[in-house]
Design a protein around this ligand. Sequence first.
Ligand SMILES: *Cc1c(COP(=O)(O)O)cnc(C)c1O
Length: 425
Amino acid sequence: MNQNWHIETQAVQAGYRPGNGEPRTLPLYQSTTYKYDDAQSVADLFDLKSEGFFYTRLANPTVDAFEKKMAALEGGVAAVAVSAGQTASMLAILNIARAGDHIVAVASLYGGTVSLFTNTFSKLGIEFTFVQPDADSETVRKAIRPNTKAIFAETLANPALIVLDIERFAGIAHEAGIPLIVDNTFPTAYLCRPFDFGADIVTHSTSKYTDGHAMAIGGIVIEKGNFNWSNGKFPDFTEPDPAYHGLVYMENFKAAPFSVKLRVQFIRDMGVPMAPFNALLANLGLETLHIRMQRHCENAMAMAEFLENHPKVSWVNYPGLKSSSQYELAKKYMPKGCSGVICFGVKGGKAAGERVMNSLKLAAIVVHVADVRTCVLHPASMTHRQLSDAELKAAGVSPDMIRLSVGIENIDDIKADFDQALANA
Ligand SMILES: *Cc1c(COP(=O)(O)O)cnc(C)c1O
């Protein structure tokens, strides 16, 4: 792979380079298994002594190409694609924390992530402390305990649209000898590369802008490659793994110990790989990532201004607006644009907002976000339904919030649709 290529070229070409006479486009390897000539070759694969494919639960050539492209786009050394964005958040944590450990999370998070952290992980004995994204550094430092294994946050929070000060949180994490894990689903690598600002692990729900067409659920965990797992806080990386005849991840897999460990321990044992066909679709989506993201940003900026000036609209939250409290952070971390999601409220509150949503013709009500088609959702009654009032407030969700995901249709048609719907507010 040519490391000097620009991100647009990587989006089209990285991950799969055909040899002479091989298919020009990434083939779908729809096979659970792989054929070998002798038993020793397979034994060596099982012992991780040689590299290759032997069972699609662990690795598959189509998924592998997608992983390599995502790693190239984010500027990481390796990536592991998994069954969903939820799986990516789960395994990024499980790979470094076990029962008795603790994680600091920035509170403005996707509802599913909050539920995973507060409900499921607490049953597994992993504790979380939530801090506000604008908490002063001393408060964040105080939340870190001797058994804290990471800080977890979203670059651009879904749906609060709060921009993470990545450098600040990375600095605090590194002082404590722990990694910063960043969910970069909303900006994608095209708008922001968290590794460039000090993040150590990046996760994505590839179900969103990566696929971009709302066709395939998936997730990915990407490793930057320079975190020091040998600092005494992460014995699972430096002590022999009895599950693999005593190999040591920091010695045997120096280049990408986090990714190898995540794959061979958790994907193997829990059975949560990305399906090859989903990797094929996500890879196809990535081929137009840069073009799509440009149009999403352009259309969202225009819609944010349109809504801000609309007499029926009470408030608009979009980090690209000068009126946004996130404007300065957005300029630093997302100079090319603030992605395609806007939140707003309608005068008259929740009931008026519902009437607007029900009157839309081009924009659809769907439980999704971040694809080519404009859509809306009401977080408090849909994606964030399971959260308590206090959790809703912490996640930045107000009862009247409408989340608008601006697609790549013609902007005049999108505006006209909202104009006629707002007339019914
Ligand atoms: C959707 C989403 C997830 C969960 O991803 P799934 O693919 O739906 O499991 C995680 N984080 C963010 C920011 C999301 O938007």
